[in-house]
Write a protein that binds this ligand. Structure first.
Ligand code: AHG
Ligand code: MN
Ligand code: MN
Length: 349
């Protein structure tokens, strides 16, 4: 089944079935293919540019995360399919106006247009993350910040594109998680991974352990636990860390594991952004039977206060996340207010 066929046959099952959400997913499908095309030639840009045909065009020299941002934004704006966009690459949210300066669309889209972008230079997988909400302000008026600062539990749909050895679009509209693989020869996504579920028992942990010295006590103890020998729960676990959230998450969802970007002494709120990274991945995670928290609290229950706010992120197989949480509440509960009290926006990293 192709993604196009899937959207048509599932339209009734989508939360809001006016067709607007289907058209929006269709636009994301198109933008994903365009970005995929650009990423696949990333290593060639300098070579072909030296031959004089691409490099003189501004676009080819643009950083790929800015280019991906522009391509997604433009695809959505051109189709007048959303009323507002917020992106990791934009300082503020973007109001989308229709040709007549009005806009009757009810959805806002938030995105991390290129996740793991530092991996581009070394030919390692990257991704795009998106999150969709129904606006809370009246239709026909310009969107407001409140339309974007909704709890993750209000998401209507969320997904990611993984530009890996193959390109996959994985998304949920609140009815389970489905994965589609691009056949590059004909530019069509096919349903390759229906109804994805996290394996009950996972044994992969994905953390940048290089920052161990900066971690809270609970996190340190959890990492020591992962490495201890214990046949009963299959320890020691396997360490895997790519440094692309999308790719680390995708692998863990298929094989079973936990991804953690914890609070550190230098980045008390972790690194990942609540709105563009954690909320969409948490929604997908829960829809696949997993669990996502900040070490103490469910991610989807956090009321955002700022567009670019960061939050510690624990997500993956339920049992592993619960285990990490137990270490955090036993050994770091009194440290929790430490990161709560620090401003959400000042930890650049
Ligand atoms: P982005 O490229 O959108 O800035 O995100 C990178 C993120 C995430 O994908 C990854 O897991 C994490 O940063 C890696 O951070 P460290 O290099 O600190 O491990
Ligand atoms: Mn990112
Ligand atoms: Mn990014």
């Amino acid at each position: 089944m192709t993604l196009g066929e899937f959207i048509i046959s599932n339209q009734k099952a989508f939360k809001y079935s006016s067709g607007e959400l289907s058209r929006l997913i269709n636009s994301i499908r198109l933008a994903a293919k365009v970005v995929n095309h650009e990423i696949r030639k990333a290593g060639l840009v300098d070579i072909t540019g030296a031959a004089g045909d691409i490099n003189i065009q501004g676009e080819a020299q643009q950083k790929l995360d800015v280019l991906a941002n522009d391509l997604f934004k433009q695809t959505l704006i051109n189709r007048e399919i959303v009323c507002g966009i917020a992106s990791e690459e934009e300082d503020d949210y973007v109001i989308v106006e229709g040709q007549n300066k009005t806009n009757d669309n009810k959805y806002v889209l938030l995105m991390d247009p290129l996740d793991g972008s530092s991996n581009i230079d070394v030919n390692v997988s990257v991704g795009t993350i998106f999150s969709i909400y129904r606006r809370v302000s009246p239709i026909g008026t310009p969107v407001t910040k409140e339309d974007f600062l909704q709890k993750g539990s209000e998401q209507v749909a969320a997904g990611y594109v993984a530009y890996g050895t193959s390109t996959m679009l994985v998304f949920t509209t609140g009815n389970g998680v489905n994965g589609f693989t691009l056949n590059p020869a004909i530019g069509t996504f096919y349903l390759s991974h229906p109804n994805i579920k996290f394996p009950e028992i996972g044994k992969i942990y994905s953390v940048s352990e290089g920052y161990f010295t900066h971690f809270q006590e609970g996190m340190k103890r959890f990492l020591v636990h992962c490495k201890e020998l214990n046949k009963e729960d299959n320890r020691p676990y396997t360490a895997r860390y790519i440094g692309s959230l999308v790719t680390d998450f995708h692998r863990n969802m298929l094989k079973g594991g936990v991804y953690i970007y914890p609070a550190t002494a230098i980045t008390p709120n972790g690194k990942l952004r609540l709105l563009y990274e954690c909320n969409p991945m948490a929604f997908i995670c829960e829809q696949a039977g997993g669990k996502a928290s900040d070490g103490f609290t469910r991610i989807l229950d956090i009321k955002p206060s700022e567009l670019h706010q960061r939050v510690p992120f624990y997500c993956g197989s339920k049992q592993l996340v619960q285990k990490a949480e137990r270490f955090m509440s036993e050994f770091s509960a009194e440290e929790k207010p430490y990161y709560d009290m620090v401003s959400n926006n000042d930890n650049t990293h």
